[in-house]
Design a protein around this ligand. Structure first.
Ligand SMILES: Nc1ncnc2c1ncn2[C@@H]1O[C@H](COP(=O)(O)OP(=O)(O)OP(=O)(O)O)[C@@H](O)[C@H]1O
Ligand SMILES: [Mg+2]
Length: 229
């Protein structure tokens, strides 16, 4: 429990295993497929969703993070969020973590780049910024905080929130600069994250490559493919 709480607040999502992980061995075929997906998104901007499934400990997260490392070297925007078994009732938790990481990374960029992001993000949100700032308070540093409040728990708001989340992912991309988002351990995804995924697949934003991983030997896995994800 203590570990879970710390993970939520100390920003360690940012530093993940990427530069602590042991080098990846083998997996040539899987790496080739992921590399092609990265090239496609860089060249065409056509959005894609890739799911990596397998039993616990088989190497799903390592493979997905390997791709993020490749993309990071090519100036892609990277967001990563993990689902936790004990947090599965928190709405949109994993996607909010991914957006938090994208935001914090952007805050480290030059002011003119940040201004461009701010304009693009606000335009894409068209007035629905509070859906984002309620889930990711750090986004106020880019978007400001003068939006009318809405509740992220209100069922009638779900569609609007899902749209705001997908547009947010799009906002971080630029010409030839895709956004890569990893949602790890989707077998533990909360209901709202699964509905976000459905909305993403129904109307995927340009320039975004979404990678999901899930254990197919966990009782929770069933809801991922069953929800059409
Ligand atoms: N191809 C590989 N080469 C070297 N080490 C690997 C490889 N794949 C996985 N590992 C190592 O195996 C361990 C488990 O890998 P990883 O966490 O990626 O598995 P997972 O499928 O995501 O597990 P879980 O289902 O628990 O999330 C890690 O220590 C990782 O470094
Ligand atoms: Mg994993």
């Amino acid at each position: 429990m203590e570990g879970e709480r710390l993970r939520k607040h100390d920003g360690s999502d940012l530093f993940h295993a990427s530069f602590l992980a042991a080098p990846l061995h083998g997996r040539d075929e899987e790496r080739a497929r992921l590399t092609l997906a990265l090239q496609r998104i860089q060249v065409t901007g056509t959005p894609e969703v890739m799911m990596i499934s397998g039993r616990g400990g088989v190497g799903k997260s390592s493979l997905a993070r390997w791709l993020l490392d490749q993309a990071r070297g090519e100036d892609a925007a990277i967001g990563e969020g993990k689902c936790y078994q004990l947090n599965s009732e928190i709405p949109y938790a994993a996607v909010a973590r991914a957006i938090r990481m994208l935001t914090l990374n952007a805050l480290g960029k030059a002011q003119d780049e940040l201004d461009q992001l701010s304009q693009r993000w606000l335009d894409l949100l068209s007035g629905h910024g509070s859906s984002i700032t309620e889930l990711v308070p750090e986004a106020r540093h880019v978007l400001g905080s003068s939006f009318a409040p809405i509740s992220v728990l209100a069922p009638q708001g779900q569609e609007r929130i899902a749209r705001a989340l997908t547009r947010t992912l799009e906002a971080f991309s630029g010409l030839g600069r895709p956004t890569l988002v990893l949602l790890d351990d989707l077998q533990w995804a909360d209901e709202a994250t699964l509905s976000f995924l459905e909305a993403f697949i129904a109307a995927p934003p340009n320039n975004v490559l979404l990678i999901g991983t899930y254990r197919d030997d966990d009782p929770g896995f069933d809801c991922v493919p069953r929800r059409g994800v």
